[in-house]
Design a protein around this ligand. Structure first.
Ligand code: COA
Length: 260
């Protein structure tokens, strides 16, 4: 696959996807969104890949938002379509992926950039990172899930303030809000993400996939998360990974999961 806006690295079961438009602070234009979809889909289908890390190129930005130059003259219908399409092919797609996706927030994560980080399963930030949803300062609202995921992650009051003020918070405030799990230096950001990814790689891919679906079920209206958990738990008993995991424990050895 050939991409114009992203770089791919794969090493030791970890795929790193780097959004590569540094001159535009990695803003998400339509082509970048499509390429991210294709790259993430390919990583999900690749049995050798167990964890995906998404980050931005350069030392300034993760993603400074949706590309404003692309939608400045959109009509109501085009705006609606932009949000609907982006949510389907990228943001909801990542959230519901069967493999873990970690956001390495290496600088500005604004608008669609913070929405991208929030669609990932969890986030780490470098100490220079700044996060915000500035959409109302442009006369629009977040359209890639920001009004839903920010309150889920940091609570309604804090989310309302961030959205209404269009302000930015720094990495340490994001840490105190629970928006990111760790803050580290820019140099240590990817190594720390990889260290966590390696821990994930030791565990059953089938069970992890089922756990992602069960946790997400809690945030879906009309879905009973406890029921999803019961069903997922039961299904695990029919997997080779469960047999291997329990046998390895009883034999006092490290499990070797196949993801079956
Ligand atoms: N869409 C399109 N282009 C963007 C962009 C975006 N979301 N964010 C940054 N860029 C472009 C700038 O237009 C500029 O391009 P140019 O060099 O061709 O003029 C380049 O990236 C560098 O940005 P610049 O504004 O010069 O950097 P800065 O350090 O002065 O400011 C930010 C950094 C992040 C504060 C500022 O770029 C910004 O506010 N960006 C928009 C954030 C936003 O509103 N996002 C939500 C979109 S819905």
């Amino acid at each position: 696959m050939k991409f114009n806006n992203i770089l791919l690295e794969a090493d030791n079961s970890i795929a790193t996807i780097i959004i590569n438009r540094p001159k535009k602070l990695n803003a998400l234009n339509r082509e970048t969104i499509e390429e991210l979809h294709q790259a993430i889909k390919a990583a999900e289908a690749d049995k050798a890949i167990k964890v995906i890390i998404i980050t931005g190129s350069g030392d300034k930005a993760f993603v400074a938002g949706a590309d404003i130059s692309e939608f400045a003259d959109f009509s109501v219908e085009e705006g609606t379509q932009l949000a609907a399409n982006g949510q389907t092919i990228l943001f909801d797609f990542i959230e519901n992926l069967s493999k873990p996706v970690i956001a390495a927030v290496n600088g500005f994560a604004l608008g669609g950039g913070l929405e991208l980080a929030m669609a990932c399963h969890f986030r780490l930030a470098s100490d220079n990172a700044k996060m915000g949803l500035p959409e109302v300062s442009l006369g629009v609202i977040p359209g890639y899930g920001g009004t839903q995921r920010l309150p889920q992650l940091i609570g309604k009051g804090r989310a309302m303030e961030m959205i209404m003020t269009a302000g930015m918070i720094d990495a340490n405030k994001a840490l105190s809000f629970g928006l990111v799990n760790y803050v580290t230096t820019q140099e240590e950001l990817l190594p720390l993400c990889e260290k966590i990814a390696h821990k994930i790689c030791n565990n059953s891919p089938v069970a992890i996939s089922s756990a992602i679906a069960a946790v997400n079920a809690n945030f879906k209206s009309g879905v009973n998360g406890y029921d999803v958990e019961i069903e997922g738990f039961g299904k695990c008993f029919g997997t080779a990974d469960f047999t291997e995991g329990t046998t390895a424990f009883l034999e006092k050895r490290k499990a070797k999961f196949t993801g079956e």
